[in-house]
Design a protein around this ligand. Structure first.
Ligand SMILES: [Zn+2]
Length: 257
């Protein structure tokens, strides 16, 4: 089902994707273009970074978290994004092996990850990213092993509708970006795994919020960003969803069988 070279490859790919999406998120929030053109620079001294500065995780360790040129501290979020990406790529490759499901799960996990970064940084979901996920979902579902298009459409509709109801009932806290993102992910996940993602995401968010409230680090009125928890729920679902559903005698549907 899986082989170590595949797991290793996707771990390294995940680290690079984590690094890249961190830049995409940062540039989206800053309103600068991220497609080609400008090279990565040290935000402190402006030195253009070479490949030796950009190897995921390793560069940070070799440089001991400091810029080679000015000695300024490199923000931990860079290496955190790389470690998160490596972990997601590795465990998803371990779970799914080289398969269509692996590609579905990578698009879902890294799509949610990118939106979690912009949500954390700016409290904002850029419409283009959920839209891109939805289009990926449609394309993937047209593949012979991709399951039914209808399952994806139900997933998108269910994801959007549930968040929409919460927005309308609560009148705050969540935004329409959360609804479009859940729709985009739902297109890839299908309706059963979408419901499980929302359930696990809300559970994770609830546990985290109660812990922060108890520790006095959060006031009752503070808004907690949803997408990081949606991402946690999504990754847990991609890893354990089919197994959880099997306990309930529910078929997850293709490509998640
Ligand atoms: Zn520097």
């Amino acid at each position: 089902m899986n082989s170590w070279p595949v797991v290793l490859f996707f771990t390294l790919l995940g680290a690079s994707l984590g690094s890249f999406l961190n830049v995409v998120a940062g540039r989206s929030v800053a309103g600068t273009p991220w497609w080609g053109g400008s090279r990565s620079q040290c935000p402190r001294c402006g030195a253009v970074l070479g490949w030796r500065d950009l190897v995921p995780v390793l560069s940070w360790m070799v440089l001991r978290g400091r810029c080679r040129y000015c000695g300024g501290r490199i923000a931990f979020r860079y290496v955190a994004a790389e470690i998160c990406g490596a972990a997601m790529g590795g465990v998803l490759a371990w779970r799914w092996g080289l398969s269509v499901a692996l590609f579905f799960s990578m698009v879902t996990a890294f799509g949610l990850f990118l939106n979690a970064l912009t949500d954390l940084e700016e409290g904002y979901i850029f419409d283009i990213f959920p839209l891109a996920m939805g289009i990926c979902g449609i394309v993937l579902r047209l593949l012979p092993e991709g399951g039914s298009l209808l399952d994806g459409l139900y997933g998108a509709a269910a994801g959007f509708a549930i968040i929409a109801v919460i927005i309308l009932l609560s009148g705050g806290g969540m935004g329409w970006g959360d609804a479009t993102l859940t729709a985009g992910a739902g297109m890839i996940l299908g309706w059963k795994l979408t419901l499980l993602t929302l359930y696990l995401g809300f559970m994770a968010g609830g546990v985290f919020s109660v812990a922060l409230l108890a520790a006095g680090k959060l006031r009752r009125k503070d808004a907690v960003p949803l997408v990081p928890f949606l991402a946690v729920g999504g990754v847990l679902t991609l890893l354990f969803g089919p197994w959880i559903l099997s306990l309930l005698n529910v078929d997850p549907g293709q490509p998640w069988r």
